[in-house]
Design a protein around this ligand. Structure first.
Ligand code: FUC
Length: 785
């Protein structure tokens, strides 16, 4: 070999090593998925960062000298049975006796009188305070011994690891804090390390009454109760440190520590059991979690968390294009995005952040997500931080199935099961029907009655809408035992309400009367949303009966009622009618677009099977405009995706990422994101995050109309990209790659096996796939392209 060639031989491997290193660097960069800031948070709602273990949510500020970690546990609520001997779930006994009169008034066009009577008789009977509100449990204030000048400050949330961190240098010494929620261990974990021995003073504060405080065997415990209902709770802190640990003057003092780990547990005496909702042995629960720590190192706990978290999180990967902005702090990134910067990396972070938030706040055995997930720092939060059933609670779970987090959906179903018994009482007393209902506002104490104000509180369709989630969980997983044991009983019982409640009108259609289109207009003789939700439920019931081979009589009835419900109507200006009467105002920009339920999340209106109605939905959407509160914008992303207009969906999505700094409530045009990327309704509501995430998925994959559609609403802005691990109905896991805005590659994996048409643009192929098989659409792709 001559010298020249020898050089080449040496150079070639070097070149490949370099390529591999570069490739892995760029891959790492693309997948960094971090929210990060170069200064501590100044404000809880807009800047602090959330971590959670499903049960508990904590928000950390990251102050150098004073750390604040605010925390709560989802079941800590005021109100309910303990708040008053009169608490009766809002039931107004015999309220139904007024129904006939109210219906007559509506049919006679006497809406004012109907409204007056309904306000008096069809409202929940509850006195102030009985509904209650989710409560913050408290704060940990941690003073960190500190001298010198801080440099290299970074506050982060690493979505790949599911952990927050704070790092800085102080006079040459390195400081690092790591925070995460460990679901299997039921722990919140806060780890502090420093290259120099450091002192910490920790103060546990709670706005609630303290019953006792204890410090023994390296464990601090605080027992307290909520004033109005006496709900008892306990939170304990277990310390693991190489420093000296003492309890002095009500504060925990740690001196000379290079390592400090605080394990926090919290529980209440709440149980999800009607009618008492009380009796959990919360002290034993906490003890059990702390006992499990015996002999375990921080590293082991951290690993336990990582395995659990990544098992869910890493199922989906999203790449929306070249990302070169990870070195820009997230707050600046957000404001530059609003100025028009192209930043697919930020869009990926927004999508994955929702998945992170869901994994952190909704796990088997926990309460479901509330309006703020599990993150609430107040004793009097906006809308009680409750379960709001006229859009918000449902939207919170829109991304669960499609983004491969079906397990995180489970708390919703357990919760729904707990609503059946109180919901049956409400149906009986307010409407004299069978079945179960839940209305606009719901607390975890079985409040299923209409709200105490009319019409805002009136929405018995809440239960039927929730049931869509139970059906969809089955439809995505094809888990027949779930359908049989959980979904179908919930669905059937909810359907009985509609079978009894719908009334035949003068044209022979079944209508919902009285009804109310969520938070818009007044009392009416047929709000389209009710009809669409009832149709959806009955339609799903028919399919469930077929799958399970049960209840033929009920199935026939459900089918007959479904087919007689007043269908969606097209009005005088080509719009989809919100009510039976053609009275929609073309200049109305109200945030609720409830009558488009049938387009999303329903499937009664699809572009393929009901093109005229889809066109009318588009006219309505254009009329309502592109403004909205957080969740309203997110809903519109999904609507436009279902209309296959990716560019319009994307426009709305960009608006959802508009930086909002103030805390005021703007009910028309407020929506956007805070610098911690939590959705601004405003104020903070988690629904917009989740709806936005579902919207991205809906742009890339749809499966609601009997086939799988690849890239149904791909915006021009996403020229190249790839998504892996999305789920389609029928139990299919899908990977899609695109180049130059065209489908480039796809893979389908089947959980249960089956046949399914796969569509791209106007071409369709039929796929047959065995259980567990993965199919690369190589040859078929050519037919599609
Ligand atoms: C519904 C919406 C409001 C808000 C509240 C929590 O009442 O109309 O905009 O999101 O829920």
């Amino acid at each position: 070999m001559n010298v020249k060639n020898r050089k080449l031989v040496l150079l070639v491997p070097c070149f490949f090593v370099l390529l591999v290193v570069l490739a892995s660097c760029s891959e790492d960069m693309q997948q960094e998925l971090k929210l990060w800031y170069d200064q501590p948070a100044r404000e809880w709602m807009t800047e602090a960062l959330p971590v959670g273990n499903g049960y508990m949510g904590s928000m950390f500020f990251g102050g150098v000298e004073k750390e604040q970690i605010q925390f709560t546990e989802g079941s800590l609520w005021s109100g309910g049975p303990g708040s008053s001997p009169d608490y009766n779930f809002g039931i107004r006994e015999g309220a139904w006796k007024n129904l006939e009169e109210i219906r007559k008034l509506i049919n006679d066009g006497k809406l004012k009188e109907a409204n007056l009577l309904a306000s008096k008789e069809l409202t929940g009977k509850i006195t102030s305070g009985q509904f209650g509100a989710q409560q913050t449990m408290g704060d940990l204030f941690i003073s960190v011994e500190n001298s010198g000048v801080t440099s290299n400050y970074k506050r982060e949330l690493d979505l790949n690891k599911g952990e927050g961190s704070v790092s800085y240098v102080l006079d040459g010494a390195k400081y690092k804090r790591t925070y995460f929620g460990d679901y299997p261990g039921k722990l919140m974990v806060y780890n502090f390390t420093s290259s120099r021995k450091t002192g910490y003073t920790i103060h546990f504060q709670s706005p609630h009454k303290m019953n006792s405080e204890n410090f023994a065997d390296g464990i601090y415990s605080f027992q307290g109760n909520v004033k109005d209902n006496g709900m008892e709770f306990e939170s304990c802190l277990k310390f693991d440190t190489d420093g000296k640990l003492e309890f002095i003057d009500g504060k925990i003092q740690i001196t000379n520590a290079k390592n400090l780990t605080i394990y926090q547990v919290a529980a209440t005496d709440y149980t999800l059991e009607y009618p008492e909702y009380k009796g959990a042995d919360y002290i034993a629960e906490n003890k059990k979690a702390l006992d499990r720590l015996e002999g375990k190192s921080y590293e082991e706990v951290s690993k336990e968390h990582l395995i659990d978290y990544q098992n869910l999180f890493s199922r989906v990967e999203l790449n929306l294009g070249e990302n070169n902005r990870d070195s820009v702090p997230t707050d600046r990134r957000l404001s530059e995005y609003a100025d028009g910067t192209i930043d697919p990396g930020l869009e990926e972070i927004y999508f994955q952040y929702s998945r992170y938030l869901m994994i952190s706040a909704s796990r088997k055995g926990t309460l479901p997500l509330n309006l703020q997930g599990k993150w609430n720092n107040s004793t009097n939060p906006p809308w009680a931080c409750d379960y709001h059933m006229n859009i918000n609670e449902e939207m919170l779970y829109w991304p669960a199935e499609v983004t491969n987090l079906g397990e995180c959906h489970l708390p919703l179903f357990t919760y729904m099961e707990s609503l059946v018994e109180p919901g049956k009482n409400s149906a009986k007393e307010f409407f004299n029907t069978r079945g179960w209902i839940v209305n606009t506002m719901n607390n975890p104490f079985g409040y299923t009655s209409p709200g105490w104000g009319f019409p805002w509180g009136f929405f018995p369709a809440g239960a039927a809408w929730l049931c869509q989630h139970a059906w969809e969980h089955y439809d995505f997983t094809r888990d027949e035992s779930f359908l049989k044991e959980t979904a179908y009983p919930l669905m059937k019982e909810a359907a009985l309400f509609w079978i009894d409640y719908l009334i035949e009108d003068e044209n022979g259609y079944l209508v919902s009367i009285p009804s109310y289109s969520p938070e818009h207009g007044g009392i009416s003789g047929g709000a389209a949303m009710d009809h669409e939700i009832a149709w959806d439920l009955l339609n799903n019931c028919v399919q469930a009966c077929e799958v399970l081979g049960v209840d033929d009589e009920f199935k026939q009835k459900a089918m007959a009622v479904r087919d007689k419900i007043l269908p969606p109507l097209i009005g005088s200006w080509g719009q989809l009618q919100e009510w039976k009467e053609d009275v929609d105002d073309p200049n109305d920009n109200h945030r609720h677009v409830s009558h488009l339920f049938a387009l999303y999340p329903g499937k009664q209106i699809t572009v393929e099977h009901a093109p005229e109605l889809a066109e009318a939905a588009q006219v309505t959407l254009k009329g309502r405009g592109d403004g909205g509160t957080g969740w309203s914008l997110a809903w519109k992303v999904n609507f436009w995706a279902r209309l296959k207009d990716g560019d319009h969906a994307y426009k709305l999505f960009r608006r959802l990422l508009r930086p909002i700094v103030n805390q005021g409530t703007d009910m028309v045009n407020g929506g956007g994101s805070y610098s911690n990327l939590l959705c601004a309704h405003p104020p903070f509501q988690l629904d917009g995050n989740m709806g936005g995430c579902a919207g991205i998925a809906e742009m890339l994959l749809q499966s609601h109309d009997g086939y799988i559609e690849l890239l149904p609403a791909l915006p021009l802005a996403w020229k190249e990209g790839e998504v892996k691990g999305l789920v389609a109905r029928g139990g299919f896991i899908i990977d899609i790659k695109w180049e130059n805005n065209e489908l480039a590659d796809a893979r389908i994996k089947s959980i249960t096996g089956g046949e399914i048409p796969v569509k791209y643009k106007d071409k369709t192929i039929q796929i047959a796939i065995r259980q567990g098989e993965e199919l690369k659409l190589d040859n078929q792709l050519k037919t599609l392209q």
